[in-house]
Ligand binder design. Structure first.
Ligand code: M6R
Length: 360
């Protein structure tokens, strides 16, 4: 056997004064993201050596299929919006537990991306094997070095989040989002689907994310106070459109996973097709509204749930000054490029889930 040196240090697996690993890991998110970016952003250029693909090979990719489970699947959903939006390449996202049993049609030129923190999730590993059997090239986005998915994928792009002890993922999820941003920018550059100015602006926005996340984490008191009002809640809904829908799914999963409160996430425009009947007087609805072009639509969705008596907590950018007139409670995150909004919006949602659970 050849010895391999793993760079994780033992302190990373200690609570280091935090009450829970989850809280500690939430605070490690700026570093996890910065560490995922730093080896791959050189002099303002995105370089993903481990991808092993030149511009021509990237242009030959006709479709991307992202396969994962749970939060990693949610990161993949954000990946779809970002890759399609920036690189104009069709992307499908599939649950690994479905993909492996449905004899998927994978045409030539399809790149399969398997996303996993542990690199050991059985369904994701089986999906990887299925894709390889069908002749596809598989890229793993994995956190655990040397794990099964990392070893079996054709190429592996590591997320440098360090060991994640909490079962409720936070920093590994954030690092997965970071990996998708890098991939999307690299593909967009090769396909020339964005201008040099846009590329520059997007790369600059990426580099600001760790600092912006730190700012949100500093302000955790207001989220804790708000969370304490909802310790007895029985149902909490999350709504959003576009990329905000992907983050609604993750916010809702985090909450139900650790607080045991029933929660559902809905694409805001879909709510009226049945589910709105579950919203009663005082039901908390968390409305995500970070996307400028969808903002008026979200305002009308908020009005819809309010007519049924919902109490609406809206999460939006700091430049949306008028949200206070629509929602009952507003949490603001710094402004970033629309493609990266999920990285900021998820922080208050993780804190909310954590404090509701702690209180209960
Ligand atoms: O290790 P993986 O990323 O493959 O795990 C997949 C899911 O089980 C995982 O993301 C799960 O949903 C989270 N731990 C929930 O917080």
């Amino acid at each position: 056997k050849k010895p391999v040196h793993i760079v994780w240090d033992a302190d990373a697996a200690e609570k280091g004064g935090y009450e829970h690993f989850m809280l500690k890991e939430m605070y490690e998110q700026p570093k996890a993201i910065a560490d995922t970016f730093s080896p791959r952003i050189k002099d303002g250029q995105i370089v993903i050596e481990e991808l092993g693909m030149n511009d021509e090979e990237i242009r030959a990719v006709s479709k991307i299929v992202i396969v994962a489970c749970g939060s990693a699947y949610h990161a993949g959903m954000t990946g779809k919006y970002v890759l399609e939006g920036m690189a104009r390449i069709p992307v499908e996202v599939d649950l690994a537990s479905e993909f492996r049993y449905r004899d998927p049609i994978l045409a030539e030129g399809t790149l399969v991306i398997v996303v996993s923190q542990s690199g050991e999730t059985a369904d994701s590993l089986a999906a990887l094997r299925e894709a390889k059997k069908k002749g596809c090239k598989v890229l793993g986005i994995v956190n655990v070095v040397g794990s099964s998915i990392a070893r079996e994928a054709d190429k592996v792009m590591y997320t440098w989040a360090g060991p994640e002890i909490s079962v409720a993922t936070t920093k590994a999820y954030s690092a997965q989002l970071a990996a998708f941003y890098l991939l999307a920018l690299r593909f967009a550059e090769a396909k020339k689907s964005i201008s040099a100015e846009e590329y520059q602006e997007l790369t600059d926005s990426l580099l600001k994310l760790p600092q912006q996340i730190e700012e949100i984490l500093k302000d955790r008191g207001c989220i804790q106070r708000f969370a304490n009002r909802y310790l007895a809640a029985e149902h909490i809904f999350f709504i959003g459109r576009g990329i905000d829908y992907a983050i609604s799914l993750e916010g809702s999963l985090k909450l139900k996973e650790i607080s045991y409160i029933h929660s559902e996430a809905y694409a805001a425009g879909e709510l009226k097709h049945g589910t709105i009947s579950l919203i009663e007087d005082g039901t908390l609805v968390v409305a995500l509204a970070t996307q400028e072009q969808l903002y008026p639509k979200m305002v009308s969705n908020i009005a819809e749930v309010k007519t049924r008596g919902a109490f609406v907590m809206a999460l939006t950018n700091e430049n949306n000054k008028d949200m206070e007139q629509t929602a009952d409670y507003v949490i603001k995150v710094p402004k970033t490029n629309r493609f990266f909004a999920n990285s900021l919006a998820i922080i208050p949602l993780q804190l909310f889930a954590y404090y509701v659970s702690l209180g209960r």
